[in-house]
Design a protein around this ligand. Structure first.
Ligand SMILES: Nc1ncnc2c1ncn2[C@@H]1O[C@H](COP(=O)(O)OP(=O)(O)OP(=O)(O)O)[C@@H](O)[C@H]1O
Ligand SMILES: [Mg+2]
Length: 357
Protein backbone atom coordinates (compact mmCIF):
# COMPACT_ATOMS: atom_id res chain seq x y z
CA UNK A 1 0.00 0.00 0.00
CA UNK A 2 2.79 2.42 0.95
CA UNK A 3 4.71 1.58 -2.23
CA UNK A 4 1.68 2.16 -4.43
CA UNK A 5 0.99 5.47 -2.67
CA UNK A 6 4.54 6.63 -3.38
CA UNK A 7 4.45 5.55 -7.01
CA UNK A 8 1.19 7.40 -7.59
CA UNK A 9 2.54 10.46 -5.82
CA UNK A 10 5.49 10.40 -8.23
CA UNK A 11 2.92 10.45 -11.05
CA UNK A 12 1.48 13.68 -9.66
CA UNK A 13 -1.55 12.36 -7.75
CA UNK A 14 -2.42 13.46 -4.24
CA UNK A 15 -2.70 10.18 -2.37
CA UNK A 16 -3.75 9.02 1.09
CA UNK A 17 -3.39 5.42 2.22
CA UNK A 18 -5.54 3.53 4.71
CA UNK A 19 -4.91 0.12 6.26
CA UNK A 20 -8.55 -0.92 6.59
CA UNK A 21 -12.00 -0.16 5.26
CA UNK A 22 -12.94 1.63 8.47
CA UNK A 23 -9.87 3.83 8.34
CA UNK A 24 -10.56 4.67 4.68
CA UNK A 25 -14.17 5.58 5.46
CA UNK A 26 -13.01 7.88 8.22
CA UNK A 27 -10.65 9.56 5.72
CA UNK A 28 -13.47 9.91 3.17
CA UNK A 29 -15.69 11.56 5.73
CA UNK A 30 -13.01 14.06 6.72
CA UNK A 31 -11.98 15.28 3.24
CA UNK A 32 -13.17 14.92 -0.36
CA UNK A 33 -11.59 12.34 -2.69
CA UNK A 34 -12.15 11.75 -6.40
CA UNK A 35 -11.25 8.07 -6.58
CA UNK A 36 -10.65 5.03 -4.38
CA UNK A 37 -8.46 2.09 -5.25
CA UNK A 38 -9.34 -0.76 -2.95
CA UNK A 39 -8.31 -4.38 -2.38
CA UNK A 40 -11.16 -6.84 -2.73
CA UNK A 41 -9.92 -9.07 0.06
CA UNK A 42 -9.44 -7.25 3.33
CA UNK A 43 -9.87 -8.37 6.92
CA UNK A 44 -13.17 -7.25 8.54
CA UNK A 45 -14.70 -5.10 5.80
CA UNK A 46 -14.10 -6.43 2.27
CA UNK A 47 -13.78 -4.25 -0.85
CA UNK A 48 -17.41 -4.61 -1.90
CA UNK A 49 -18.79 -3.67 1.52
CA UNK A 50 -16.35 -0.77 1.68
CA UNK A 51 -17.42 0.58 -1.72
CA UNK A 52 -21.06 0.42 -0.76
CA UNK A 53 -20.36 2.47 2.37
CA UNK A 54 -18.05 4.84 0.49
CA UNK A 55 -20.74 5.58 -2.10
CA UNK A 56 -23.06 6.58 0.72
CA UNK A 57 -20.49 9.19 1.79
CA UNK A 58 -20.02 10.46 -1.81
CA UNK A 59 -22.40 9.04 -4.43
CA UNK A 60 -20.22 10.36 -7.25
CA UNK A 61 -17.01 8.71 -6.01
CA UNK A 62 -15.36 6.37 -8.51
CA UNK A 63 -14.06 3.06 -7.17
CA UNK A 64 -11.58 0.62 -8.67
CA UNK A 65 -10.99 -2.79 -7.09
CA UNK A 66 -7.70 -4.64 -7.07
CA UNK A 67 -7.91 -8.38 -7.19
CA UNK A 68 -5.87 -11.55 -7.63
CA UNK A 69 -6.52 -13.87 -10.59
CA UNK A 70 -8.58 -16.24 -8.45
CA UNK A 71 -11.21 -13.68 -7.57
CA UNK A 72 -12.05 -12.14 -10.94
CA UNK A 73 -15.71 -13.24 -10.65
CA UNK A 74 -15.84 -11.36 -7.35
CA UNK A 75 -14.36 -8.34 -9.10
CA UNK A 76 -17.15 -8.52 -11.65
CA UNK A 77 -19.59 -8.69 -8.74
CA UNK A 78 -17.89 -5.60 -7.28
CA UNK A 79 -18.54 -3.73 -10.52
CA UNK A 80 -22.19 -4.55 -10.18
CA UNK A 81 -22.30 -2.97 -6.76
CA UNK A 82 -20.58 0.25 -7.65
CA UNK A 83 -16.96 -0.19 -8.75
CA UNK A 84 -16.37 1.15 -12.24
CA UNK A 85 -13.32 -0.97 -13.08
CA UNK A 86 -10.89 -3.54 -11.70
CA UNK A 87 -7.20 -4.32 -12.04
CA UNK A 88 -5.67 -7.76 -11.64
CA UNK A 89 -2.68 -8.06 -9.31
CA UNK A 90 0.21 -7.91 -9.81
CA UNK A 91 -0.12 -4.99 -12.19
CA UNK A 92 2.29 -2.64 -13.89
CA UNK A 93 1.98 1.10 -13.44
CA UNK A 94 1.61 1.46 -17.22
CA UNK A 95 -1.57 -0.63 -17.00
CA UNK A 96 -2.97 1.11 -13.93
CA UNK A 97 -2.56 4.69 -15.19
CA UNK A 98 -5.03 4.48 -18.11
CA UNK A 99 -7.58 2.84 -15.79
CA UNK A 100 -7.18 5.70 -13.31
CA UNK A 101 -7.45 8.28 -16.08
CA UNK A 102 -10.65 6.76 -17.38
CA UNK A 103 -12.12 6.55 -13.89
CA UNK A 104 -11.27 10.18 -13.18
CA UNK A 105 -12.92 11.21 -16.45
CA UNK A 106 -16.07 9.39 -15.28
CA UNK A 107 -15.80 11.22 -11.97
CA UNK A 108 -15.66 14.53 -13.82
CA UNK A 109 -18.74 13.63 -15.85
CA UNK A 110 -20.65 12.53 -12.77
CA UNK A 111 -19.93 15.80 -11.00
CA UNK A 112 -20.81 17.85 -14.08
CA UNK A 113 -23.99 15.88 -14.54
CA UNK A 114 -25.01 16.40 -10.92
CA UNK A 115 -24.29 20.12 -11.26
CA UNK A 116 -26.40 20.36 -14.42
CA UNK A 117 -29.26 18.45 -12.84
CA UNK A 118 -29.17 20.77 -9.89
CA UNK A 119 -29.25 23.80 -12.19
CA UNK A 120 -32.15 22.37 -14.20
CA UNK A 121 -34.04 21.69 -10.96
CA UNK A 122 -33.44 25.26 -9.77
CA UNK A 123 -34.47 26.81 -13.11
CA UNK A 124 -37.61 24.67 -13.24
CA UNK A 125 -38.57 25.70 -9.72
CA UNK A 126 -37.93 29.36 -10.61
CA UNK A 127 -40.02 29.10 -13.76
CA UNK A 128 -42.85 27.37 -11.93
CA UNK A 129 -42.84 30.11 -9.33
CA UNK A 130 -42.81 32.82 -12.02
CA UNK A 131 -45.70 31.15 -13.80
CA UNK A 132 -47.66 31.00 -10.56
CA UNK A 133 -46.92 34.67 -9.84
CA UNK A 134 -48.02 35.61 -13.33
CA UNK A 135 -51.27 33.69 -13.01
CA UNK A 136 -51.96 35.22 -9.62
CA UNK A 137 -51.22 38.67 -11.04
CA UNK A 138 -53.44 38.05 -14.04
CA UNK A 139 -56.21 36.82 -11.77
CA UNK A 140 -56.14 39.73 -9.35
CA UNK A 141 -55.80 42.37 -12.07
CA UNK A 142 -58.75 40.89 -13.95
CA UNK A 143 -60.78 40.90 -10.76
CA UNK A 144 -59.88 44.47 -9.86
CA UNK A 145 -60.65 45.71 -13.37
CA UNK A 146 -64.20 44.38 -13.26
CA UNK A 147 -65.25 46.75 -10.45
CA UNK A 148 -64.61 50.12 -12.18
CA UNK A 149 -65.90 48.58 -15.39
CA UNK A 150 -69.22 47.78 -13.72
CA UNK A 151 -69.41 51.44 -12.67
CA UNK A 152 -68.89 52.57 -16.28
CA UNK A 153 -71.45 50.23 -17.80
CA UNK A 154 -73.92 50.65 -14.92
CA UNK A 155 -73.97 54.44 -15.08
CA UNK A 156 -73.99 54.65 -18.85
CA UNK A 157 -77.02 52.38 -18.78
CA UNK A 158 -78.72 54.70 -16.28
CA UNK A 159 -77.76 57.66 -18.44
CA UNK A 160 -79.44 56.16 -21.50
CA UNK A 161 -82.35 54.63 -19.63
CA UNK A 162 -83.37 57.43 -17.27
CA UNK A 163 -81.90 60.54 -18.84
CA UNK A 164 -82.29 59.59 -22.48
CA UNK A 165 -84.61 62.54 -23.28
CA UNK A 166 -82.16 65.03 -21.81
CA UNK A 167 -79.44 63.83 -24.21
CA UNK A 168 -79.02 64.98 -27.78
CA UNK A 169 -79.26 62.13 -30.30
CA UNK A 170 -75.48 62.31 -30.82
CA UNK A 171 -74.82 62.14 -27.05
CA UNK A 172 -77.23 59.22 -26.82
CA UNK A 173 -75.29 57.39 -29.56
CA UNK A 174 -71.94 58.09 -27.89
CA UNK A 175 -73.11 56.72 -24.55
CA UNK A 176 -74.18 53.60 -26.48
CA UNK A 177 -70.62 53.26 -27.76
CA UNK A 178 -69.30 53.57 -24.22
CA UNK A 179 -71.64 50.75 -23.17
CA UNK A 180 -70.52 48.56 -26.03
CA UNK A 181 -66.85 49.19 -25.27
CA UNK A 182 -67.44 48.31 -21.63
CA UNK A 183 -69.21 45.08 -22.62
CA UNK A 184 -66.30 44.13 -24.90
CA UNK A 185 -63.80 44.83 -22.17
CA UNK A 186 -65.79 42.74 -19.74
CA UNK A 187 -65.68 39.85 -22.21
CA UNK A 188 -61.91 40.25 -22.56
CA UNK A 189 -61.45 40.22 -18.82
CA UNK A 190 -63.64 37.15 -18.40
CA UNK A 191 -61.68 35.28 -21.08
CA UNK A 192 -58.45 36.29 -19.40
CA UNK A 193 -59.77 35.12 -16.03
CA UNK A 194 -60.70 31.76 -17.53
CA UNK A 195 -57.28 31.50 -19.09
CA UNK A 196 -55.45 32.24 -15.82
CA UNK A 197 -57.66 29.74 -13.99
CA UNK A 198 -56.47 27.01 -16.37
CA UNK A 199 -52.93 27.43 -15.09
CA UNK A 200 -53.88 26.22 -11.65
CA UNK A 201 -55.46 22.84 -12.13
CA UNK A 202 -53.52 19.74 -13.20
CA UNK A 203 -55.25 17.63 -15.87
CA UNK A 204 -57.09 14.58 -14.47
CA UNK A 205 -56.00 11.97 -17.01
CA UNK A 206 -58.29 9.22 -18.20
CA UNK A 207 -59.22 7.51 -21.43
CA UNK A 208 -61.30 9.73 -23.68
CA UNK A 209 -63.39 9.04 -26.78
CA UNK A 210 -62.39 12.12 -28.75
CA UNK A 211 -64.78 11.41 -31.64
CA UNK A 212 -67.77 11.46 -29.34
CA UNK A 213 -66.49 14.48 -27.46
CA UNK A 214 -66.06 16.30 -30.76
CA UNK A 215 -69.61 15.54 -31.95
CA UNK A 216 -71.06 16.62 -28.59
CA UNK A 217 -69.21 19.92 -28.72
CA UNK A 218 -70.38 20.47 -32.29
CA UNK A 219 -73.98 20.00 -31.10
CA UNK A 220 -73.41 22.48 -28.28
CA UNK A 221 -72.28 25.01 -30.89
CA UNK A 222 -75.61 24.85 -32.75
CA UNK A 223 -76.19 28.51 -31.92
CA UNK A 224 -73.05 29.55 -33.76
CA UNK A 225 -74.13 27.59 -36.85
CA UNK A 226 -77.69 28.92 -36.95
CA UNK A 227 -78.98 29.52 -40.48
CA UNK A 228 -75.92 27.95 -42.11
CA UNK A 229 -75.01 24.59 -43.59
CA UNK A 230 -71.93 23.31 -41.77
CA UNK A 231 -70.95 19.72 -42.34
CA UNK A 232 -68.85 17.89 -39.73
CA UNK A 233 -66.96 14.74 -40.75
CA UNK A 234 -65.33 12.84 -37.93
CA UNK A 235 -63.01 9.93 -38.78
CA UNK A 236 -62.68 7.01 -36.42
CA UNK A 237 -60.24 8.37 -33.87
CA UNK A 238 -57.85 6.30 -31.78
CA UNK A 239 -58.61 6.42 -28.07
CA UNK A 240 -56.79 9.21 -26.37
CA UNK A 241 -55.68 9.93 -22.86
CA UNK A 242 -56.51 13.24 -21.24
CA UNK A 243 -58.80 15.32 -19.07
CA UNK A 244 -62.25 15.20 -20.74
CA UNK A 245 -63.38 18.55 -19.33
CA UNK A 246 -60.23 20.29 -20.56
CA UNK A 247 -60.22 18.56 -23.96
CA UNK A 248 -63.81 19.69 -24.38
CA UNK A 249 -62.57 23.28 -24.11
CA UNK A 250 -59.92 22.56 -26.77
CA UNK A 251 -62.55 21.22 -29.18
CA UNK A 252 -64.94 24.04 -28.34
CA UNK A 253 -62.27 26.56 -29.37
CA UNK A 254 -61.10 24.73 -32.49
CA UNK A 255 -64.60 23.96 -33.74
CA UNK A 256 -65.97 27.40 -32.93
CA UNK A 257 -63.08 28.89 -34.93
CA UNK A 258 -63.71 26.47 -37.80
CA UNK A 259 -67.39 27.45 -37.78
CA UNK A 260 -66.59 31.15 -37.56
CA UNK A 261 -63.91 31.33 -40.23
CA UNK A 262 -65.94 29.32 -42.78
CA UNK A 263 -68.81 31.80 -42.62
CA UNK A 264 -68.36 32.72 -46.30
CA UNK A 265 -68.30 29.07 -47.45
CA UNK A 266 -71.26 27.23 -48.93
CA UNK A 267 -71.25 24.55 -47.66
CA UNK A 268 -68.75 24.82 -44.83
CA UNK A 269 -66.85 21.61 -44.23
CA UNK A 270 -65.05 20.62 -41.03
CA UNK A 271 -63.04 17.41 -40.88
CA UNK A 272 -61.69 15.90 -37.69
CA UNK A 273 -59.25 13.01 -37.88
CA UNK A 274 -55.99 11.48 -36.75
CA UNK A 275 -52.83 10.63 -38.62
CA UNK A 276 -49.90 8.48 -37.59
CA UNK A 277 -49.59 5.40 -35.42
CA UNK A 278 -51.53 4.93 -32.20
CA UNK A 279 -48.39 3.36 -30.71
CA UNK A 280 -45.00 5.05 -30.38
CA UNK A 281 -45.09 8.82 -30.18
CA UNK A 282 -48.89 8.72 -30.52
CA UNK A 283 -51.23 9.99 -33.22
CA UNK A 284 -51.52 13.55 -34.45
CA UNK A 285 -55.12 14.75 -34.28
CA UNK A 286 -56.35 17.45 -36.64
CA UNK A 287 -59.30 19.77 -37.17
CA UNK A 288 -59.48 21.03 -40.77
CA UNK A 289 -61.83 23.56 -42.34
CA UNK A 290 -62.40 25.03 -45.80
CA UNK A 291 -62.61 28.60 -44.50
CA UNK A 292 -60.73 31.84 -45.11
CA UNK A 293 -57.44 30.50 -43.74
CA UNK A 294 -54.53 32.83 -42.98
CA UNK A 295 -50.96 33.64 -43.95
CA UNK A 296 -48.50 31.16 -42.38
CA UNK A 297 -46.15 34.06 -41.66
CA UNK A 298 -48.26 34.81 -38.57
CA UNK A 299 -48.91 31.22 -37.57
CA UNK A 300 -46.84 31.27 -34.37
CA UNK A 301 -48.57 34.38 -32.99
CA UNK A 302 -52.04 32.82 -33.10
CA UNK A 303 -51.44 30.82 -29.96
CA UNK A 304 -50.62 33.88 -27.87
CA UNK A 305 -53.23 35.69 -25.80
CA UNK A 306 -55.09 38.50 -27.65
CA UNK A 307 -53.33 37.80 -30.96
CA UNK A 308 -55.76 37.89 -33.87
CA UNK A 309 -55.26 37.88 -37.62
CA UNK A 310 -58.73 39.02 -38.52
CA UNK A 311 -60.50 42.26 -37.67
CA UNK A 312 -63.37 42.34 -35.21
CA UNK A 313 -65.66 43.98 -37.77
CA UNK A 314 -65.11 40.98 -40.03
CA UNK A 315 -64.93 38.18 -37.44
CA UNK A 316 -65.77 38.83 -33.79
CA UNK A 317 -63.57 37.44 -31.01
CA UNK A 318 -61.08 38.30 -28.28
CA UNK A 319 -58.10 36.16 -29.30
CA UNK A 320 -57.97 33.97 -26.22
CA UNK A 321 -59.33 30.73 -27.73
CA UNK A 322 -56.17 29.32 -29.23
CA UNK A 323 -53.98 30.45 -26.32
CA UNK A 324 -56.34 28.50 -24.07
CA UNK A 325 -56.19 25.45 -26.34
CA UNK A 326 -52.41 25.58 -26.38
CA UNK A 327 -52.20 25.87 -22.63
CA UNK A 328 -54.41 22.81 -22.17
CA UNK A 329 -52.58 20.69 -24.75
CA UNK A 330 -49.19 21.64 -23.32
CA UNK A 331 -50.34 20.86 -19.80
CA UNK A 332 -51.15 17.40 -21.15
CA UNK A 333 -47.61 17.11 -22.47
CA UNK A 334 -48.69 17.55 -26.10
CA UNK A 335 -48.08 20.08 -28.86
CA UNK A 336 -50.39 22.16 -31.02
CA UNK A 337 -49.69 23.91 -34.33
CA UNK A 338 -51.44 25.13 -37.44
CA UNK A 339 -51.14 25.00 -41.19
CA UNK A 340 -53.06 27.29 -43.49
CA UNK A 341 -53.02 29.51 -46.54
CA UNK A 342 -55.09 32.58 -47.31
CA UNK A 343 -58.50 31.57 -48.69
CA UNK A 344 -57.52 27.86 -48.63
CA UNK A 345 -58.75 26.79 -45.22
CA UNK A 346 -56.86 26.06 -42.02
CA UNK A 347 -55.81 22.88 -40.24
CA UNK A 348 -55.00 22.72 -36.54
CA UNK A 349 -52.92 19.76 -35.36
CA UNK A 350 -52.34 18.55 -31.82
CA UNK A 351 -50.81 15.60 -30.00
CA UNK A 352 -51.66 14.02 -26.67
CA UNK A 353 -49.61 11.67 -24.51
CA UNK A 354 -49.63 8.08 -25.81
CA UNK A 355 -52.01 5.70 -24.09
CA UNK A 356 -50.33 3.41 -21.57
CA UNK A 357 -50.96 -0.31 -21.66
N1 LIG B 1 -59.96 28.05 -38.43
C1 LIG B 1 -59.38 29.23 -38.63
N2 LIG B 1 -59.28 29.77 -39.86
C2 LIG B 1 -58.68 30.96 -40.05
N3 LIG B 1 -58.13 31.69 -39.08
C3 LIG B 1 -58.18 31.23 -37.83
C4 LIG B 1 -58.80 29.98 -37.53
N4 LIG B 1 -58.70 29.76 -36.20
C5 LIG B 1 -58.07 30.82 -35.71
N5 LIG B 1 -57.75 31.72 -36.67
C6 LIG B 1 -57.04 32.99 -36.50
O1 LIG B 1 -56.36 32.94 -35.27
C7 LIG B 1 -56.76 34.01 -34.42
C8 LIG B 1 -56.76 33.56 -32.99
O2 LIG B 1 -57.77 32.59 -32.75
P1 LIG B 1 -58.45 32.52 -31.33
O3 LIG B 1 -59.42 31.42 -31.32
O4 LIG B 1 -57.38 32.56 -30.32
O5 LIG B 1 -59.19 33.92 -31.22
P2 LIG B 1 -60.59 34.37 -31.77
O6 LIG B 1 -61.34 33.24 -32.41
O7 LIG B 1 -60.31 35.56 -32.61
O8 LIG B 1 -61.31 34.84 -30.46
P3 LIG B 1 -61.91 33.95 -29.27
O9 LIG B 1 -61.12 34.34 -28.09
O10 LIG B 1 -63.30 34.37 -29.20
O11 LIG B 1 -61.71 32.52 -29.65
C9 LIG B 1 -58.13 34.39 -34.94
O12 LIG B 1 -58.41 35.75 -34.65
C10 LIG B 1 -57.98 34.15 -36.44
O13 LIG B 1 -57.35 35.27 -37.03
MG1 LIG C 1 -61.61 31.46 -31.30
Amino acid sequence: MAALCNTLRDEGFQVSGAKSGEEALALLRSEPFDLVLVDLMMPQMDGIAFLQEALKVDPFLVGIVMTGHASIPTAVEAMRTGAIDYVVKPFKLSLLLPVLERALAVRGLRLKNAELEKQVGQRTAELEQLNKDLDAFCHSVSHDLQTPLRTISGFSEILRGHHGEALSPEAFRLVGLIQRGAAEMSQLINDLLGFSRLGRQAPAMRKVDLGRLCREVFEDLAGERRGRRVELRVQTLPRAQGDPALLRIVFANLLSNAIKYTRSRQPALIEVGAAGPAAGPGPVYFVRDNGVGFDMQHAAKLFEVFQRLHHTHEFEGTGVGLATARRIIERHGGRIWAEAAPESGATFFFTLPAIEG
